[in-house]
Every structure is written in structure tokens, then in C-alpha cells.
Design a protein around this ligand. Structure first.
Ligand SMILES: *Cc1c(COP(=O)(O)O)cnc(C)c1O
Length: 375
């Protein structure tokens, strides 16, 4: 029986080993572990890759969100809209700055924020004379949200946009890459993300020089011209030089990896569409395929069948944010049925670029078997 890996960082490491060791040796001999030359180099490479004007690296995807909220002066009494069906860090960052999240439902096919539900939530907050400040859409599983719609809604209600692109780095919406689709985009370099480092890391992309300068200050305690002139209430949230060196090596093969993920996703979608609810990718979008997620009302049975066949599967996410005990107090919008439903039905199958054709076939074959067994 095959033994499939959900993620294969070891194979990836073999692929980049020479480049990686060279880069790491360089960091060791330079010994500039904080804000060494690799950090600037990475920021330049990522800005070039996304065509965003500026890239500001930082310590994690969560800190990228928090720093962005701080940069926009969002805090106590301010409302930020975000999907309920997401990773907890999205809502957590809003709460960390003292602002109030208003959860919005998602679409059942794209898993991204539902625009109608968002408009309803905005209208509701306006009626109650709440101070609405920003939309924080999430590009779930790697698919960029529809930023034409989001930017238009933001403009008409005078809202900021902070895109949580933790899962979508490398994704494309209408010829533009994630990072260059809206006012501010954040991403994560957690090892399991499409572009991951060997620890925690993150980055923020923006077209605004003012925001860029403020973010560079905020990630280093809010410092001004001198290290001990503190202009803002900031954080210690820089990216380690070592992580930047790792990312520079991984960036060398990143386009190939995204292509492979897309090639496998296409095979999955063709083969599984008659048995499962498959993800919908709009014609003009490219997903970074952080996850390939399908839906089944018999999820538990299908998952245990697959596990018996050495096929690892995961649930992202088993509980929507509006049902989390810690976030229960924030329920201005209660129309969140899709988020609840998806949490009960979704599961993700392996989609890393190092799957062999044989492994992909094996996964498909067993999914079909499971579907027939538990009809
Ligand atoms: C992973 C993730 C984050 C947080 O990133 P970290 O680097 O782990 O802090 C935020 N939002 C989403 C949607 C994520 O998937």
C-alpha cells in the first residue's frame, strides 16, 4: 500500500538543497541575524514577483494582519468585516487591536466571502451607527477573492481593505498576482503555506509609500529616525534573516510548484466532479492551491476509509468563527448558515507538488471507492 504524505517538505528540501545550504552558510558567516541583507533582498524579490510597489516582511501571517490594522489606526470601537469560515488568526488580529469583528458568510463553491452577505452586514452596522472601518477578505485555500467586487464595495462605503492572503501567495485574479490586488495584502510563510519558511514568517504588500513606512516602523517597536525615538505603539515583528534566506531558495522553484499544484488540481477536479462537490475556480483566476477541499455529507466515513488506505486528510476548519467560544460575543450578523454547513462537510486531500502520478491516481481511486461505499 502506498503511504501518502499530506505535505512533503523533505522532498522539497532535496530539490533546493544546494542553493539552500549556500544561502544558510552565507547567513552564518555574515552573522547578521536581524534585518540582514537577505531580508531586503527577499522584500525586493517578492515585490517584483507580485508587482506590488512595496513588500514589508514580518514575523508571521498573524502579525502581518495585526501590523496592517495598526498601520490604518484601526482600534477600539472600529468594525472590521471578515469571513466566519477562516483560520482563527483573521478574527484574532482584529480583536488584538481592540476592534470588533463582524462575521460574514462565505460562498459554498468558492469558500470566499459572500458579497451579498457582506453588503447586508454593512447596511446593518450603518443602521446601528457603528464605526465601520475595513473589510478583511480571506483567499481561502489559495483562491483569490473577487477583488473587483471587494474594492468597489470598499470604495462605496469608504472602507479600507486588508486582504488575508495567508493561503493564496502565488494566486492570480484577472492577470494580477495576489499582493497587487487591493490596498493592503498580507501573507504567511508558515511551513505548510504555498510559500513556507522553516519557522514563522510573513509579509505585507501595499502600493502606498505612507503605509509602507509606517509598517517598517511598527514592526520594530514603532521606531522613528533614531532607534529610541518611538513614534507609534509598535511590536517586535521582524522576519529573521535565516528565514529570508530559506525563502529566497524556495522562491527559485515556486512558480514550478504552483504549476504542479494546478496540474494536480485539474486532474482531481476532472476525476472527482461526478462524486464530490469540488472547488469552483473562476475562469480568470489561478488558485495557489494551499488546499484542495471537497465536500461530503458522509465526511467522517469517507475520511476514515481514506486514513485506512494511508491517505492523510484534514479538516479546515471544523468550527466557524461565530461558534468559537472566545469570539461568541461578536455576533452582529447572524446569517452565517453556509459557514456552519461547510464546517460540517469539508475535508482536504493532499495536493503538494511532490505527489507522484501514481499517488494522485491512488487518491482518486480510493475517493471514488469511498463514495460508492457510503452513497
Ligand atoms: C495561516 C493563516 C494565518 C496566520 O498565519 P501565521 O503565519 O500562522 O501567523 C492567517 N490567516 C489565514 C487564513 C491562514 O491560513
Amino acid at each position: 500500500m502506498l503511504q501518502i504524505k499530506f505535505l512533503d517538505l523533505a522532498k522539497q528540501q532535496k530539490t533546493i538543497e544546494k542553493h539552500l545550504r549556500f544561502n544558510l552558510d552565507k547567513v552564518l558567516s555574515e552573522s547578521k541575524f536581524i534585518m540582514g541583507p537577505e531580508v531586503k533582498k527577499l522584500e525586493g524579490s517578492l515585490a517584483e514577483y507580485t508587482k506590488a510597489s512595496y513588500c514589508i516582511s514580518c514575523s508571521s501571517g498573524t502579525d502581518a494582519l495585526t501590523l496592517s490594522l495598526l498601520a490604518l489606526d484601526i482600534g477600539i470601537g472600529d468594525i472590521v468585516f471578515c469571513p466566519s469560515f477562516t483560520f482563527p488568526a483573521t478574527a484574532e488580529s482584529i480583536l488584538m487591536v481592540g476592534a470588533t469583528p463582524v462575521f460574514v458568510d462565505v460562498g459554498k463553491n468558492t469558500y470566499n466571502i459572500c458579497y451579498k452577505n457582506l453588503l447586508n452586514a454593512i447596511e446593518k452596522c450603518k443602521k446601528e451607527k457603528l464605526r465601520i472601518k475595513a473589510i478583511m477578505p480571506v483567499d481561502l485555500y489559495g483562491l483569490p477573492a473577487n477583488y473587483n467586487k471587494i474594492n468597489a464595495i470598499a470604495k462605496s462605503f469608504n472602507l479600507h481593505v486588508i486582504a488575508d492572503g495567508a493561503q493564496s501567495f502565488g494566486g492570480i485574479f484577472r492577470k494580477n498576482k495576489v499582493g497587487n490586488l487591493t490596498e493592503i495584502t498580507t501573507t504567511s510563510f508558515f511551513p505548510a503555506k504555498p510559500l513556507g519558511c522553516y519557522g514563522d514568517g510573513g509579509a505585507i504588500f501595499t502600493g502606498s509609500l505612507d503605509i509602507k513606512e509606517k509598517l517598517e516602523s511598527l514592526r520594530a517597536h514603532g521606531k522613528g529616525k533614531g532607534k529610541y525615538d518611538i513614534n507609534y505603539m509598535g511590536m517586535n515583528a521582524r522576519l529573521d534573516t535565516i528565514q529570508a534566506a530559506v525563502l529566497l531558495s524556495k522562491l527559485e522553484i515556486f512558480d514550478w510548484e504552483i504549476k504542479e499544484r494546478n496540474r494536480i488540481a485539474k486532474i482531481y477536479s476532472n476525476e472527482l466532479k461526478s462524486s464530490f462537490h469540488i472547488p469552483e475556480i473562476p475562469k480568470d483566476s489561478v488558485s495557489a492551491w494551499a488546499q484542495y477541499t471537497i465536500q461530503s455529507s458522509k465526511r467522517d466515513k469517507v475520511m476514515s476509509f481514506l486514513k485506512d488506505k494511508n491517505i492523510p486528510v484534514m479538516i479546515y476548519y471544523p468550527k466557524p468563527m461565530h461558534q468559537q467560544p472566545a469570539y461568541k460575543g461578536f455576533l452582529l450578523n447572524k446569517d452565517l448558515s453556509k459557514s456552519s454547513e461547510l464546517s460540517n462537510n469539508v475535508f482536504s486531500i493532499p495536493i503538494h507538488p511532490y505527489l507522484t502520478d501514481l499517488e494522485v491516481e491512488y487518491i482518486i481511486e480510493n475517493l471514488k471507492k469511498a463514495n460508492n461505499l457510503f452513497l
